[in-house]
Design a protein around this ligand. Structure first.
Ligand SMILES: [Zn+2]
Length: 379
């Protein structure tokens, strides 16, 4: 028995962490620590509380506790709790530990706690990649997890609703950004593994709603004089064509019904487009849906808000965007702008050149073959 109790030992380790690895140390300050013998070892819950068994902590050296601190905050920054989804609980636990431990060993953060999970093979793999690999021999791997005595406790991850988890993950990612900022000011390094996440968070994300609204507004005669210059500056590299004098404004909405967009998402986007065109003097919104052919052609105007949000899609088969090109030509359509809702998985083809196209890509999809592509997110 050392002269320090478990809480003292954790504080000493935190000071050591601060000296050598300030990024992790900064994040540990956001953790609330709670002594609880029942957890057996130690572990975080989804909310950022760290529980520890005093007996477990007592057995570990300062270097091992440094490792433990860094391990726990890493789970939170990588959002392992939220990203689990429907994956197998045990294998996902393993994948998260393998991913983190490999990283901490590589970066010399404290000392690996024997009996935990470490595999040279998984160097630089993400938890999701490791999980796929573990699945190949699920039964044996699950047994390996049960036998690993030095592992931490992940049982508390499942206590939050999906919504809470997302909120907490975002909070921790913001914490990571603050930690990176603090490191930068102190001239300290941010561990390489987190740089990608932090860059993603600090590069401003454009919301598809704003972009669609701005693109529509750029065609509104009353707004044009100032919007074309200002919006370009505000919204980065997106192209905002303005309306030419005398041109009638019409928007085309093409919905890929191969399965990437749900009715709920379409209703959402329709009401967004309707909202953005309300101020126009005169506008038509033509909607089509397509898989390998075009159907459901409907024309709406400013008075059709209700009808637009009730527009129904019917699930189709494969996707061929060329049918939309052909349809536009056959029907002599030259809209001011096309918004295509798709996952982007169709044979690439050159621009039809009839008007500007914006692809609004569903989750997991790929960018469109030309024009602008923005990613649909439910915010
Ligand atoms: Zn863990």
């Amino acid at each position: 028995m050392s002269k320090y109790n478990a809480a003292d030992k954790l504080t000493i380790a935190r000071i050591a962490l601060q000296r050598k690895h300030p990024f992790y140390a900064y994040l540990t300050l956001k953790l609330k620590t709670i002594e609880k013998a029942e957890v057996g070892t130690a572990g975080v819950d989804g909310k950022g509380k760290m529980y520890y068994s005093p007996e477990f902590v007592d057995k570990l050296s300062t270097d091992e506790l440094v490792f433990l601190w860094a391990h726990e905050v890493s789970h939170l920054i990588f959002a392992h709790c939220e990203l689990k989804g429907k994956r197998n609980h045990i294998l996902w636990n393993m994948a998260g530990d393998y991913a983190i431990n490999q990283l901490l060993v590589r970066d010399n953060v404290g000392k690996f706690i024997e009996g935990g999970l470490l595999e040279e093979k998984y160097k630089d793999w993400t938890a999701a990649e490791i999980y796929e690999d573990l699945l190949k021999d699920a039964e044996n791997n699950a047994q390996k997890y049960m036998d690993a005595e030095g592992k931490d406790n992940h049982e508390m991850w499942g206590e939050l609703s999906e919504e809470e988890q997302q909120r907490v993950s975002r909070e921790w990612q913001q914490n990571a950004v603050s930690a990176a900022h603090a490191c930068k000011q102190a001239g300290a390094k941010v561990p390489e593994a987190f740089r990608g996440i932090i860059d993603d968070l600090t590069v401003p994300k454009l919301c598809w709603r704003d972009i669609v609204r701005e693109k529509i507004k750029a065609h509104n005669k009353q707004e044009q004089t100032w919007s074309r210059v200002n919006r370009r500056r505000q919204l980065g590299h997106f192209n905002y064509p303005g309306q030419k004098p005398g041109e009638k404004v019409s928007f085309m909405v093409a919905i890929d019904v191969s399965g990437s967009y749900t009715q709920e998402m379409i209703t959402d986007t329709m009401s967004e487009i309707y909202g953005a065109t309300k101020e126009f003097e005169e506008v038509t919104i033509e909607v089509i849906q397509f898989d390998t052919r075009v159907y459901g052609h409907t024309i709406f105007n400013q008075d059709d808000g209700d009808k637009m949000t009730q527009y129904e899609i019917h699930g189709g088969g494969g996707t061929c965007y060329k049918c939309v090109h052909d349809w536009l030509v056959e029907n002599q359509k030259e809209p001011s702008q096309i918004f295509c809702f798709t996952d982007g998985y169709f044979s690439p083809l050159p621009d039809h050149g009839l008007c500007d196209t914006t692809f609004i890509i569903s989750d997991g999809g790929q960018a469109g073959p030309y024009g602008d592509s923005i990613f649909y997110e439910k915010f």
